[in-house]
Design a protein around this ligand. Structure first.
Ligand code: AHR
Length: 487
């Protein structure tokens, strides 16, 4: 099969914000307990933090981590997780019907972010709480005043403010399952007032307002318009969440699902720009795609979970190769929207629908780890409009789907990197590349391929690695994720 790719500096999409490689660490399942924090593990450091997990997170090069939820945040009292550990109380977690030990909390998370070189994005509880609590939390994190909560932080061993820049006001507040769910009107007003109060404490913060919990909700669209009508002037980003479900329509349909992400982003951009026009505002609202992934492998197991356990095995999806290709195509989609998607959090980071799965004394990097690591490592600079042509195939819902999905990045050091997926399961794709009409040399080609869509990395089965391809031509192997660099 033949394919053609053309891109030029003359048609930039936008500067890539490295924060599109961010992630979510929620208090649920074994994400925190047994994942990030595991004092009984032989892998624990002096603070109980897993050294092997920190090394894997650093390898993924995650710039920002959203915390503490997710749904968890909507009934969480952050004060329960600070101060001496032996005085912290166990509480019920209403979102996941679990027991929260509170042995890990805000200060522990901030110490961990320093160790993994990441920035924190903190979500505030707008489910069971409101403006006053959001301001107390902001004071604790960011203020240098001689006042109660800033002094509490000092008392707890943190003299300097954390200067957390990114704040999510609630989580999925449109969703009927959310504790403290609100109507769009109520939520929009609450965000506006909370944002005003928080900005009066710290004008440097950036605020994310909740968009819809997914694109299929009956209120999608009207939720965004109503909420933004209330709070447009006081927010900086709107959130998007999307999870890809069971591949019930087969592999070729599954690996094309990133088209949905593309359509969803286009819709939310249109809604933001409509709000901008209505408000006659000069400000353009950007997107924080702060939850996205494949999520279905664990559904059957989790349907039988007993409530009120502590850190149960929950949402522990074991990913296969077709998931890795879909994650790769989704990353390409985010890059194609580099002008408007400025934050994206892969959900989640450890154990819960995650690229990293731990046992007591070791960890497994899942198939999806590879494209996530590659984009974070190599996609620096400007995304370019890319014409990628290839034969197509037909699937219901998407119509004609090209076998080739690709985007070009002009790196800051004037290299060009193409990220490409060949969706064809049995045929390779011979790619003719033209960049800027120049004679550029291909200098490296990383290829990650497997013809078995069901292949899973596991300690028993060898972990699938990327290979270096060097055959003079650019051949994308059947069913492959590719990173090709030119100088
Ligand atoms: O990531 C798992 C859950 O999915 C999050 O808690 C919630 O925000 C979303 O529905």
């Amino acid at each position: 099969m033949q394919g053609k790719l053309y891109a030029t500096d003359l048609f930039p999409i936008g500067q890539i914000d490295h924060r599109i490689n961010s992630s979510l660490a929620e208090h649920m399942g074994r994400s925190i307990y047994g994942g990030i924090y595991d004092p009984d593990s032989p892998q624990a450091d002096d603070s109980g933090l897993r050294k092997d997990v920190m090394a894997a997170v650093k390898e993924l090069n995650v710039p920002l981590v959203r915390y503490p939820g997710g749904n968890f945040v909507s009934s969480y009292h952050w004060e329960d997780g600070i101060g001496p550990r032996d005085q912290r109380q166990q509480k019920v977690d209403l979102a996941w019907q679990s027991v929260e030990s509170n042995q890990f909390g805000l200060d522990d998370f901030m110490d961990w972010t320093t160790k993994v070189d990441a920035e924190a994005m903190i979500a505030v509880n707008l489910g069971t709480r409101g403006i006053e609590d959001a301001c107390n939390l902001l004071e604790y994190c960011n203020l240098d005043t001689n006042t109660y909560w800033a002094n509490k932080r000092r008392e707890n061993g943190h003299p300097e403010p954390y200067h957390v820049k990114f704040w999510c006001l609630g989580n999925e507040m449109d969703a009927p399952w959310q504790i403290g769910h609100k109507t769009a009107h109520e939520y929009g007003q609450l965000v506006n007032e909370t944002a005003k109060a928080m900005r009066s404490l710290d004008p440097s913060i950036k605020i994310v307002v909740c968009g819809s919990s997914n694109e299929h909700t009956p209120t999608f669209g009207t939720w965004e318009s109503t909420v933004l009508n209330e709070c447009y002037d006081n927010v900086d980003y709107i959130s998007m969440h999307q999870y890809y479900e069971l591949p019930s329509k087969g592999t070729m349909h599954h690996v094309a699902k990133s088209i949905r992400m593309d359509q969803f982003i286009n819709s939310v951009v249109a809604l933001c720009d409509a709000a901008k026009a209505t408000k006659k505002s000069d400000k353009t609202l950007n997107i924080s795609f702060d939850e996205w992934n494949v999520w279905y492998h664990s559904n059957e197991h989790d349907a039988h979970l007993e409530p009120w356990q502590q850190a149960p095995h929950r949402l522990e999806d074991v990913y296969n190769f077709e998931d890795a290709l879909l994650v790769g195509s989704s990353l390409i989609t985010l890059l194609k929207h580099a002008d408007r998607v400025k934050i994206a959090c892969f959900a989640q980071l450890v154990n819960v629908i995650a690229p990293i799965l731990t046992t007591k004394d070791g960890l497994l990097k899942q198939t999806i780890f590879t494209p996530l690591r590659d984009v974070s490592k190599y996609a620096h600079g400007t995304a370019l409009r890319t014409s990628a042509q290839s034969p197509t195939y037909q699937v219901p819902e998407f119509g004609d789907v090209p076998y080739l999905d690709a985007v070009t990045v002009k790196n800051d050091d004037h290299h060009y990197t193409i990220f490409a997926v060949n969706r064809y399961q049995t045929e390779s794709l011979d790619l003719a590349v033209k960049l800027n009409n120049d004679q550029l040399q291909e200098t490296s080609h990383l290829s990650y391929s497997c013809t078995d869509p069901e292949f899973k990395n596991s300690p028993e089965q060898s972990v699938l690695e990327e290979t270096i391809q060097d055959d003079g031509q650019i051949i994308l192997k059947p069913f492959s994720w590719n990173v090709i660099t030119f100088t």
